[in-house]
Design a protein around this ligand. Structure first.
Ligand code: PMP
Ligand code: GLU
Length: 394
């Protein structure tokens, strides 16, 4: 029997590399993984306690498909106090992770043949989500020397009659680019009178460096807010990747459609995780200062080391916990019997020979780069950087 066209899906390379590294470790191979897309800190204790309490209090039944009002209210409060965005409770829906948030937001906005503008490099799942939904990806290639950011001029060229959504992701995975308020507002100015949705994935908002500030494009004006769908969640800010809680805020019709979609597809996000989420959003978040300064220390170390590694150059990420070094000089060369022609060859060589797991740039729509996550201990980073140097020394 033939499967549906939409089953023709590329696997998530970020998850695949991570799983491969974990499998090698299980087999006793000493692999250092730079593939992880999740903070290496444990979920805060008070969040874990809240989940245990929820189990003991039998909060283990179905909840409304769009999430419990207690959590939605805290999301409304968070968006107002931290992002300067005012929403009513019916403009917020809880999802099973931010991946689910992004997919559902696209599912209720993108029709067959609609164009979705995606600045590249982009997070691996966006393009596949659009493909699954029958939409058409329109990529805008950003440049490293321009900080991997799009400009209004780039955007103007990419917009057509068929454009339905612009996908923005700041802080960015995989480049670490963080759009300043000014940069975002220039983009917003162009979009004010253009009839498209802006899907703003703000999952890394808390992880920004050197005094930078995360800004949501939706703050530009009421008109922009009315077309922006804000996606966020607890995975990165509270180290809760396995708990699967994301949320979406936006126009009432969009949010209501997502609620109905969930009612027929996933059902409610996990009840226990939602109660844990209530505790998370009530936190004072002081632990984040420590996490961000530890990430920042690792970032500095890693960037310095990469820039003294043969054939590699690396600019400093402004946010998130990834570096995206340029490795194009390794292409066409041979290392220890391995011929390198692209970022996939390099990532495979580094895994097999160097025993370090990275994610090839191809997963993010650009060859010439690899992604190295620094959501791992300083000890691993020190060892891993040495292995990288050894592997690339001819
Ligand atoms: N957006 C981006 C840019 C991400 O890197 C991730 C990481 N998985 C997600 C969304 C999804 O996060 P979650 O684990 O909450 O589904
Ligand atoms: N977002 C993370 C990453 O990019 C987690 C893996 C995934 O969900 O794709 O590695």
């Amino acid at each position: 029997m033939k499967l549906a066209e939409r089953s023709n899906i590329s696997p998530s390379l970020t998850l695949a590399m991570n799983t491969k590294a974990k499998e090698m470790k299980r087999r006793g191979i000493d692999v250092i993984s730079f593939a992880a897309g999740e903070p290496d800190f444990p979920t805060p204790d008070h969040v874990k306690e809240a989940a245990k309490k929820a189990i003991d209090e039998n909060k283990t039944y179905y909840t409304p498909a769009s999430g419990i009002p207690e959590l939605k209210e805290l999301v409304v409060k968070k968006l107002k106090e931290e992002n300067g965005l005012e929403y009513s409770i019916d403009q917020v829906v809880i999802n099973s992770g931010a991946k689910h948030s992004a997919f559902n937001a696209l599912a209720v906005t993108v029709d067959e043949g609609d164009e979705v503008i995606i600045p590249a490099p982009y997070w691996v799942s966006y393009s596949e989500m659009v493909n699954i939904l029958g939409g058409k990806c329109v990529f805008i290639e950003t440049r490293e020397d321009k900080g991997f950011k799009i400009t209004p001029a780039d955007l103007e060229k990419a917009i057509t009659e068929k454009t339905k959504v612009l996908l923005l992701n700041s802080p960015n995975n995989p480049t670490g680019a963080v759009y300043s308020k000014e940069e975002l507002y220039h983009i917003a100015e162009l979009l004010e009178d253009i009839d498209i949705f802006i899907l703003s994935d703000e999952i890394y908002e808390k992880i920004v460096y050197d005094g930078r500030e995360h800004v949501s494009i939706a703050t530009y004006s009421e008109k922009i807010k009315e077309k922006t769908i804000v996606v966020n969640g607890l995975s990165k800010a509270f180290s809760m990747t396995g708990w699967r809680i994301g949320y979406t805020a936006g126009p009432k019709e969009v949010i209501s459609a997502i609620g109905k979609l969930q009612g027929h597809s996933s059902g409610n996000p996990p009840s226990i995780s939602q109660w844990a989420g209530v505790a998370a959003l009530k936190s004072d978040c002081s632990f984040l200062n420590e996490w961000v300064s530890e990430f920042s220390r690792r970032r500095d170390y890693i960037v310095e080391n990469l820039n003294s590694t043969p054939f590699i150059s690396c600019s400093k990420p402004e946010g998130a916990f990834y570096v995206f070094p340029n490795v194009s000089e390794t292409f066409g060369k041979e290392f220890n019997g391995y011929k390198i022609n692209d970022s996939v060859d390099l990532a495979n060589y580094l895994l097999e020979y160097g025993k370090i797991a990275t994610v090839p740039g191809k997963a993010f729509g650009v060859d010439g780069y690899i992604r190295i996550s620094f959501a791992t201990s300083m000890e691993n980073i020190e060892k891993g950087m040495q292995r990288l140097k050894d592997a690339l020394t001819i």
